[in-house]
Design a protein around this ligand. Structure first.
Ligand SMILES: [Zn+2]
Length: 369
């Protein structure tokens, strides 16, 4: 660690606290019809409705200076506001520590993971408040992920995952075996034609997948524009990959493409795991064990953590969830427990600290040998 790195981390923490302040607004407004992120412009006291001045809106500090009370109505302000701000500051500072050291700046990874962290904080708080994980967060995230996977190939914590590497090799072999590879003696138009055909086919498959998903999960998605925004990136990614693979099957081994594969497999693993647990739980306990919001959330998390990471994150979530569940049963006599925050925390821990967690897991596994 150089002195400059501490300055970066300090700025990241300040930046994180301001983002946290914005997240508080999102947590309050996103699930409430009639309110939007941009209007009303200024924040209001939830008790008396008084508009807040800028000096009463400084992250963490204002809450302390005001003595946790509203300036006009003197009613208490929840400690959750500064807690969310402090949590966001902490997590973004950790991300800056991992991804922004002076000798190896990784800005793209830092920004993408900061956006993920912010989304998880909002989704978790709304899950705790209202027992729903908002689609506004999970769906656009899942649709944008395949594109992000291409643009930020260093995103995966295990870039050299041998399972992904083997899958890529099998894919390359299959594509070459089908004679899809343009041969050197082909005229140019034929090679481009093949790529274009693959692009159309891949895009159509992507769109069809989206339509299937929408019919099953969201029979009445209200907004056509949102529909287009969600399906568009998927279409572009699917058709782009198909075209590139038709040009050169060996391209499947490029960092971008392997990252893309790892992302898609991780998304499937995360969503499939919760879906499986949900079906299993329903058969055994005759009761809804997992919500569909959890399935979508884990799809998103799996895309970031990879299939191994998402399994590890799920294990951590179960462990932490049962501890908190027992405490809540004892303290509040309630059996209900939101699972989204634990899934988010488990996977985020895997993404932030892959090294130490792997060491713990290896140590644990060594007992079985
Ligand atoms: Zn007030």
């Amino acid at each position: 660690m150089k002195p400059g790195d501490w300055i970066t981390i300090g700025f990241a923490a300040l930046f994180g606290a301001c983002i946290g302040s914005f997240l508080n607004v999102c947590i309050w407004r996103l699930p409430r019809p009639g309110l939007s992120i941009s209007s009303p412009r200024r924040s209001h006291c939830p008790s008396c409705g008084a508009a807040l001045d800028w000096f009463d809106n400084i992250p963490i500090l204002s809450w302390i200076l005001l003595g946790a009370r509203c300036r006009s109505c003197r009613l208490p302000i929840s400690a959750r506001y500064p807690l969310i701000e402090a949590l966001t500051a902490l997590l973004i500072a950790i991300l800056a520590h991992q991804y922004l050291p002076a000798e190896a700046m990784r800005w793209r990874e830092f920004l993408v993971l900061s956006a993920l962290t912010a989304s998880l904080i909002v989704a978790s708080a709304i899950d705790i408040d209202l027992r729903v994980i908002p689609d506004e967060i999970t769906l656009p995230g899942m649709m944008a992920l395949p594109v992000i996977a291409f643009l930020v190939p260093g995103l995966h914590t295990q870039p050299g995952d041998p399972s992904v590497h083997r899958l890529a090799a099998a894919l390359e072999e299959a594509l070459s075996g089908w004679g899809l590879k343009p041969r050197p003696d082909w005229p140019e138009w034929q090679a481009y034609g093949l790529a274009a055909a693959a692009a159309i086919l891949g895009g159509a498959l992507g769109l069809q997948g989206y339509r299937l998903y929408r019919r099953k999960v969201h029979p009445q998605l209200p907004n056509r524009i949102r529909d287009g925004l969600l399906a568009g990136p998927l279409f572009a990614a699917a058709s782009g990959v198909s075209a590139m693979l038709a040009f050169d099957p060996a391209w499947v081994h490029s960092p971008s493409c392997e990252n893309y594969l790892a992302t898609i497999i991780g998304m499937g693993a995360g969503a499939g795991l919760i879906l499986g647990v949900g079906i299993f739980g329903k058969l055994i306990f005759r009761k809804e064990a997992m919500g569909f919001g959890d399935v979508k959330l884990m799809g998103l998390l799996g895309g970031f953590a990879g299939w191994k990471g998402v399994l590890g994150g799920f294990a951590i979530a179960c462990l932490l969830g049962s501890l908190v569940g027992i405490w809540r049963l004892w303290r509040y006599r309630t059996r209900y427990l939101w699972f989204g925050p634990f899934l988010s925390l488990g996977c985020l821990l895997i993404i932030l600290f892959p090294g130490p967690l792997k060491a713990v897991l290896d140590w644990y596994m060594s007992w079985f040998r």
